[in-house]
Ligand binder design. Structure first.
Ligand SMILES: Cc1ncc(COP(=O)(O)O)c(C=O)c1O
Length: 397
């Protein structure tokens, strides 16, 4: 695979050690391999690099429109239709300076102190964090990879109160790696509509899906569901643009959209998405399709390799990721406490993982660890060689 953008020698380790933060290379001791934050170790697609260089060379860096560049909104709308059949007009797209900030602005728009939001447990901490920052309370509904729509609905039903305002979903699910079937989502969305709950669907992972699994966008399921759904989308996972802080909110309801944009304070220029970041996304969506397909192909091999290696950890079980580039094994056979297990691996194997701690994923993550595999095979193999030696000793002790 030499010469491939995902070959072993494509990982620019020296650059990552100075540029990759958020628990990754730049924040670890030099001998530590971080399989932590879900941010690829590979350079971005050449077409994006070239477009950024061209734009910078042109030299004009004026203000963009508050909702996002027309070409950005058009490119996202077309991508939404061609890749997942969301009927999305460019007007329905609002550029934000990350998916995380898209979630935060939706929370601030529709929630107030005392409101409750149903969120899956476990799930990425950003869902609970942005709800809490808006003064509302996340109410956790247990999920595991086998949870049926009926079970999830029963969980929501048991937690519904007069203060429940919204349902927040994450599909594909980080960290469970589940790509929810259309029927599952349809049943859950219809229940939410019956209870007059708006839905936020975080679909930032929707391009990283492994056949035969498929991403079904909630907003593509029916016009009624589309009208009740706000979709969060982003470019950190699919196109490795995390440092450019760029994402978007998709919302077909004009009134809701007006409120979201007003809350975002983009018209005053206090906030807003960087034009350069939007230029990168336009290039990604218009020219990056093959790069993305190759990336997913590489990741699929990595996913299979992770499963093969985890099978050698005594008693450890894992749901094979259907989507995302994280694995979320249950390590209770090795340790009661995921945080001390990760600390032990860091000290003895010099590999950093994310523990299934409530602060990262909610209480439902206990007993698990999250392993990001968006790196080269060589690095992943080295990390597993080191971890396996430690795990074997631990299991024997
Ligand atoms: C489920 C989920 N939503 C949102 C985000 C945030 O993405 P961004 O970098 O665009 O803020 C992440 C990043 O890890 C994520 O996993």
């Amino acid at each position: 695979m030499a010469g491939s953008p995902f070959a072993d020698d494509a990982v620019p380790l020296e650059l990552l050690r100075t540029r990759a933060f958020n628990m990754r290379w730049a924040q670890q001791a030099p001998d530590v391999i971080p399989l932590t934050a879900a941010d690829p170790d590979f350079p971005i697609c050449p077409a994006i690099q070239e477009e950024l260089i061209r734009y910078v060379r042109d030299g004009v860096m004026s203000y963009g429109p508050p909702e996002g560049l027309p070409q950005f909104r058009e490119a996202v709308a077309q991508w939404m239709w061609s890749t997942r059949r969301i009927e999305c007009s460019p007007e329905a797209v609002f550029a934000t300076d990350s998916a995380a900030s898209g979630m935060a602005v939706v929370a601030r728009t529709f929630l107030t102190s005392g409101d409750e939001v149903l969120v899956p447990d476990p799930v990425d901490f950003l869902l609970q964090h942005t709800v809490e920052r808006a003064g509302a309370s996340p109410v956790r509904v247990p999920v595991n990879p086998a949870t049926t729509a009926e079970e999830f609905i029963a969980g929501m039903e048991a937690r519904l109160t007069p203060r429940t305002r919204m349902l927040w979903l994450c599909n594909p699910h980080n960290p469970l790696g589940v790509a929810y079937p259309a029927k599952w989502q349809q049943a859950v969305a219809e229940w939410a509509i019956r209870h007059k709950l708006r839905i936020l669907s975080d679909e930032i992972w929707s391009d990283i899906v492994y056949a035969p699994h498929h991403h079904f966008s909630l907003a593509a399921l029916s016009p009624e569901i589309a009208g009740n759904t706000i979709t969060i989308y982003g470019f950190s996972k699919n196109f490795a643009l995390a440092g450019l802080r760029i994402g978007c909110v998709l919302c077909s309801d004009p009134q809701w959209r007006k409120e979201i944009i007003a809350t975002a304070d983009a018209e005053s220029t206090v906030y807003g998405a960087s034009v350069l970041s939007q230029v990168a996304v336009i290039a990604a969506l218009e020219q990056g399709r093959h790069w993305l397909a190759d990336f997913v192909r590489h990741l699929r091999g990595q996913r299979d390799y992770v499963l093969e290696r985890l099978a050698r950890w005594p008693g450890v079980t894992v749901h094979p990721p259907e989507a995302t580039y994280v694995a979320f094994p249950c390590i209770r056979s090795l340790s009661d406490d995921a945080e001390s297990f990760c600390q032990y691996l860091l000290e003895h194997a010099r590999v950093a993982l994310v523990p299934g701690a409530p602060r990262w994923f909610g209480p439902g993550a206990r007993g698990h660890v999250r392993i990001c595999f968006a790196t080269s095979r060589r690095i992943l193999q080295e990390a597993f060689d080191r971890m396996e030696a430690v795990v074997r000793k631990l299991a024997a002790s």
